[in-house]
Structure formats: structure tokens, C-alpha cells
Design a protein around this ligand. Structure first.
Ligand code: ADP
Ligand code: MG
Length: 234
């Protein structure tokens, strides 16, 4: 069970001679096992928010607390272990390793964590099968379609059964049927496994699968609403 807390989080980037304020004093609490959706126009700070929660990047000011721990107070090694053991990340642009097969990519987090290869690949194979990629295990990323790479990236994120799943537009490249399968898997991650999910999407229908929708506008929280689905479940 992992909960998240952002306190007055600001992130500025320097680009050329300009300063871009990607996040502007964002305060947000996400309780354990919530499926929280982040929406907003391109450039509103959605990916930046996920990167800060994963500890891949650090805020300019403010505090990011994951599982009760202030990320800024942890060492690089501690953050790496937190990411490896507790957090799954589906990147907007997949970040698959080009020289590894789909199976090897999906199994990689477990292998990095010392799980035996056969066992890591067994778990990766099961997940890839669930995601309809059972016949693509030996393909390299360049031999896969965008939607297939996206599902390999999702399998890699889920293979360690992470308590916190961060997903950046995980259905962006999928047809509606695969999209629904992915959303069902994320929903199950929260409801059945009790894991926390933070998902960025542009798609209203995908968003409606979550419990809550946070809208970012110019790096600020514009609105924060409970979905009809979550209201009905109460
Ligand atoms: P979104 O995911 O909502 O499209 P991002 O979080 O990627 O938005 O970006 C928010 C803003 O911060 C944009 O203006 C973007 O150009 C800028 N930005 C993001 N990452 C960087 C970076 N590494 N260097 C400079 N500017 C960045
Ligand atoms: Mg983005």
C-alpha cells in the first residue's frame, strides 16, 4: 500500500534563455489503492508530475512524499531501490531497450532485482500473454507496432507487482479493444491488488475508469473531481 503526497511542488526548466514553469505549487494527496487520473492539455505538466513522483527528476521547490518518505531526503541508491521494488512506470515513449526482445524487456526489472532468469521470464511471459502478445515474445521493439511496444512497456511496469503504478498515456497508441484490456488491467491493479495508480490520459473514456480526475492547467490543479464510477461504489 503506497500513498502519495505533493506539497506546493514547483518545477521550472531552463530552455534557451527562458524559464518554463512546468508545475506551479501543486498540492495533491493520493491515498493508497486509489486510481487517480491526470488530464490536461499538452504542456500542462502531466509527464513532469509523474517523473517527480518516481524520483526521476527533483522539484525546484516543494516536497514529494511517497510511502511516507520525502524523496529529497533519500540517497540516490535509496530512490533507485524504491523505484525498482515498489514503483512501475509506463513511459509515454515506452523507453524499451532496442537490443532486447519483448520478453527480455518485460522481465528486466525482476532480473535487475536479482530474480532468477527463468522465474523472471515466466512472470513476464504470463503478463505478455494476458496482454495479447504471447506470439511476440522474441520480437525486438523495432519489430513491434506502437501499440505492441506500449503493451510491452506496461508488462515491464507490472512485472514486479508494484505498489505504485505510474502510467503516462498508456492507451495512447492502442485500438479500442486493446485499450479496454489495458484499462481493465489497471483497474484490477487498484481494486483487486490494492495498488495505487496514477495515470495520465487525454481520453475521457479512459479517464472514467479511474476513481478521481485531476485536471492540470498551466502547471496548476484546475479541478479535482470524483468519477461517477467511484461515487457509485460508495
Ligand atoms: P505534458 O506531459 O502535460 O504534455 P510536460 O510535463 O511534458 O507536459 O511539460 C510541461 C512543460 O515543461 C512544457 O512546456 C515542456 O516543454 C516543459 N518541459 C518538460 N520537460 C522539460 C525539460 N526537460 N527541459 C525543458 N523544458 C521541459
Ligand atoms: Mg506528457
Amino acid at each position: 500500500m503506497i500513498e502519495l503526497s505533493l506539497r506546493e511542488v514547483t518545477k521550472r526548466f531552463h530552455r534557451g534563455g527562458e524559464i518554463v514553469c512546468a508545475l506551479d505549487r501543486v498540492t495533491l494527496d493520493v491515498p493508497a489503492a486509489q486510481f487517480c487520473v491526470v488530464m490536461g492539455p499538452s504542456g500542462s505538466g502531466k509527464s513532469t508530475l509523474l517523473h517527480l513522483v518516481a524520483g526521476i527528476d527533483a522539484p525546484t521547490s516543494g516536497t514529494v512524499i511517497v510511502d511516507g518518505r520525502d524523496l529529497a531526503a533519500m540517497s540516490d541508491d535509496e530512490r533507485t531501490l524504491l523505484r525498482r521494488r515498489r514503483i512501475g512506470f509506463v513511459f509515454q515513449f515506452f523507453n524499451l531497450l532496442p537490443t532486447l526482445s519483448a520478453l527480455e524487456n518485460a522481465a528486466l526489472p525482476l532480473q535487475l532485482d536479482g530474480v532468477r532468469r527463468a522465474e523472471a521470464e515466466r512472470r513476464a511471459r504470463d503478463l505478455l500473454g494476458d496482454l495479447g502478445l504471447g506470439d511476440r515474445l522474441d520480437h525486438r521493439p523495432h519489430q513491434l507496432s506502437g501499440g505492441q511496444m506500449q503493451r510491452v512497456a506496461l508488462a515491464r511496469a507490472l512485472v514486479g507487482d508494484p505498489a505504485l503504478l505510474l502510467a503516462d498515456e498508456p492507451t495512447g497508441n492502442l485500438d479500442s479493444r486493446s485499450g479496454e484490456e489495458v484499462l481493465a488491467l489497471l483497474r484490477e491493479t487498484a481494486t483487486v491488488r490494492g495498488h495505487t495508480v496514477l495515470m495520465v490520459t487525454h481520453d475521457e473514456r479512459a479517464a472514467s475508469v479511474g476513481d478521481r480526475i485531476v485536471h492540470l492547467v498551466d502547471g496548476r490543479v484546475g479541478s479535482d473531481t470524483t468519477t461517477a464510477r467511484a461515487a457509485a461504489a460508495r
